[in-house]
Design a protein around this ligand. Structure first.
Ligand code: NAD
Ligand code: 3PG
Length: 637
């Protein structure tokens, strides 16, 4: 059975504010009651400050409660509004673990120094027994205004939780879960066997220090205690490392799912990456961080499951090594295509009108009005090297602007519009007025444009490289510019690029006239980065949550159905004959009911996904993991 139960009776004493729900109920009640009041911010601030002091044990609880209620001009209607608000603020990990709550209903207690008036409806809606909710109660006047609270209630007193638990005399072990000092006091008093500091919503150092265990989600608590839960392995224990300042949307996407996320602004070199990849399961990078074999084979990278290239190019990643290790890689193949195309068009116009020279002169006070060496792009021949997503989109737009488009691609591509296919690179180079590079960054594309290729070009050609730096031999381009073979150039990518904005850009192209230099920003628009920040995490999350690999650049591609009332076992293995039979042999041996099974292979690896009934023997997992040629195994609940 995967669904384990505690071997002996355990009572779960759970705090409400900032634990069961994400917020402090009384603070929120104050904000609701004071909405529109000119002193609202001040009074709510005072109430919150007192709440915090109480949580940290810096003032006695009874004093803190009295002070806060005295500041609270609330009515019964405000309490009703608060209840509605709190229904939407149940902590994520509690919301997804209703099954645990119903399974352990008899032994789950909500013990709070808050108020039953709003706690009971919220807790009961989640399956908690009303009789098991212990909290204070407000007193109201005839008009429904809150005028105080029941001061005889143990929970309104100092050490109220301790007194209540003494009175309850629970049988069996007691595990206290909460974010406040008063929750720890249950452990200190000996009434609780263990105290779990719950930090999903708020982390208080003084409380964390006292904890037997610190849990970032209810799943983590359930995992530690071998209890039934919604996640096979708690996401709060899974590390996501995002590099190169990926869009905040990406950070939010992973945080919202409960992962541990770290974001670094710059790229990392090999040594730094080896250091930082320790314990990381999901890595996000852009074009500047190289994920090499050396990094991948280091023991620090042993937890790596998935990589997101938050860009188009994936030449910086050793895809084959990732595949060999069962690490799925995803990218954003179209999210910045348009941005690159727009930049290329803009640069062609700027160069052919020699705008930068004129603009620089103007800044020095020189008025040089003349049409000499200034041309339209209309009617000129544009030669595209690489006719993929960017090349084709540029082809269509350039043609709409009146250019004659030629292209050369390593594979046979259908021409769009009136574009003309060139059979050889030489043919394309010899007829084009503008040459724009849009090949991918595979190693064999190193220096595909060098002295020989520049020599084949027309005189006064305009040359653009927005693809990858190593595609063009820079000294050869410098010579071609100096000799006048190339009239002007726009270069966005370089064989070596600074790791961060703090590093100086060093390149022989610096200071040459009619050369537009940009810091690899072809894809750096707000639109493109926001698109990428949504697209890549969505692929990574699908892989993590459901096993789907659709869109992966190195893995067998599978679009899997949602997981319904089953456990999903994901097995990655070397692609040798007989593995599927062996896997199914294990299922047959343990008489497991298979609900669905999917298999896809590449030349090197196989990916088998099996959905099975929730009840089966734990030994199956061990046997599957132990099968010869297994690369990776994981399980989804
Ligand atoms: N400057 C930037 O910020 C920026 C932004 C996005 C993409 N890029 C770069 O642009 C590249 C192209 O992007 P894409 O989306 O069009 O990729 P793509 O894979 O759709 O197209 C690349 C095309 O180049 C062709 N090709 C590869 N090697 C070739 C060669 N030697 N000769 C002729 N054709 C060759 C391929 O067959 C393919 O059709 C990316 O791989 C990336 O490196 C740069
Ligand atoms: O491959 C890409 O998409 C571009 O080179 C952009 O890379 P970047 O995200 O590092 O700017």
């Amino acid at each position: 059975m995967l669904t384990k139960t505690a071997e002996h009776q355990v009572n779960f004493v759970i705090d409400f504010d900032s634990t069961f729900t994400q917020v402090e109920g009384l603070d929120e009640l104050a904000a609701i009651a004071l909405a529109g009041n000119k002193d609202s911010e001040k009074i709510v601030g005072e109430i919150k400050a007192i709440t915090d002091k109480g949580m940290l044990g810096e003032i006695g609880f009874a004093d803190s409660l009295k002070a806060r209620v005295a500041l609270l001009p609330a009515h019964r209607d405000h309490v009703n509004t608060l209840i509605e608000f709190l229904m939407g603020k149940i902590s994520d990990s509690f919301a997804r673990n209703r099954e645990f709550i119903s399974m352990y209903r008899e032994n789950i207690y909500i013990v709070s120094s808050g108020f039953k008036d709003f706690i009971v409806p919220v807790a009961v809606s989640m399956g908690v027994k009303e009789e098991n909710v212990f909290a204070n109660t407000f007193t109201y006047d005839a008009e429904g205004n809150i005028i105080g609270y029941d001061e005889s209630n143990l929970l309104s007193q100092d050490k109220g939780k301790v007194k209540l638990l003494q009175a309850l005399q629970l049988e069996g072990d007691v595990y206290a879960i909460g974010d406040g000092y008063t929750d720890y006091e249950l452990r200190e008093s000996g009434l609780a066997n263990k105290f779990f500091a719950f930090i999903e919503n708020v982390e208080r150092q003084k409380v964390v220090e006292k904890a037997d265990e610190v849990v970032a989600s209810l799943d983590e608590f359930l995992y530690i205690n071998g209890l039934s839960r919604s996640q096979s392995y708690p996401k709060s224990k899974i590390k996501v490392l995002l590099l190169e300042n990926v869009h905040p949307k990406a950070v939010a996407a992973f945080k919202n799912e409960g992962f541990q996320v770290e974001l670094l602004k710059g790229a990392l070199d090999e040594e730094e990456l080896i250091e930082r990849i320790k314990g990381v399961s999901i890595l996000g990078l852009r074009s500047k961080t190289n994920l090499t074999k050396r990094v991948l084979e280091h023991p620090n990278a042993s937890r790596l499951m998935a990589v997101g290239a938050f860009c188009i190019g994936t030449n910086q990643i050793d895809l084959a090594e990732c595949e060999r290790r069962g690490i799925a890689v995803f990218n954003a193949p179209y999210s910045n295509t348009r941005s690159v195309v727009e930049l290329a068009i803009g640069e062609m116009i700027m160069l052919t009108r020699d705008i930068f020279t004129k603009s620089n002169k103007m800044h020095q006070g020189v008025w040089d009005k003349s049409a000499t060496n200034s041309y339209e792009i209309r009617g000129k021949k544009l030669g595209l090297v690489g006719y993929g997503s960017i090349g084709t989109q540029l082809s269509v737009i350039a043609e709409a602007m009146g250019m004659e488009v030629y292209f050369y691609d390593a594979v046979d591509k259908l021409a769009l519009g009136n574009a003309k296919k060139c059979k050889t690179l030489e043919e394309l180079l010899s007829i084009s007025d503008f040459i724009s590079m849009h090949v991918d960054g595979r190693k064999t594309n190193s220096n595909i444009i060098g002295e020989k290729e520049f020599a084949m070009m027309k005189d006064n050609v305009i040359f653009i490289n927005l693809s990858r730096g190593h595609v063009v031999d820079i000294p050869a381009l410098v010579n071609a510019l100096k000799s006048g073979k190339v009239w002007g150039a726009a270069v966005d990518v370089f064989p070596y690029e600074p790791k961060t904005n703090d590093e100086e850009f060093m390149n022989e192209l610096r200071s040459l006239p009619r050369v537009i230099l940009t810091p690899h920003i072809g894809g750096s628009t707000e639109e493109a980065q926001a698109n990428i920040g949504e697209f890549v995490p969505s692929k990574l999350l699908q892989f993590m949550n459901n096993g789907s690999t659709y869109g992966s650049v190195n893995f067998p591609e599978l679009q899997l159905p949602a997981l319904e009332d089953a456990h999903r076992l994901l097995h990655v293995h070397q692609n040798v004959p007989g593995i599927l039979a062996k896997i199914n042999g294990i299922f047959a041996k343990y008489n497991v009911n298979i609900k669905g099974q999917y298999l896809k292979t590449t030349n090197n690896i196989g990916y088998v996904i099996t959905d099975v009934a929730k009840e089966y023997a734990d030994e199956i997992v061990e046997e599957l993991k132990g099968l010869d040629n297994t690369i990776k195994f994981r399980m989804l609940y």
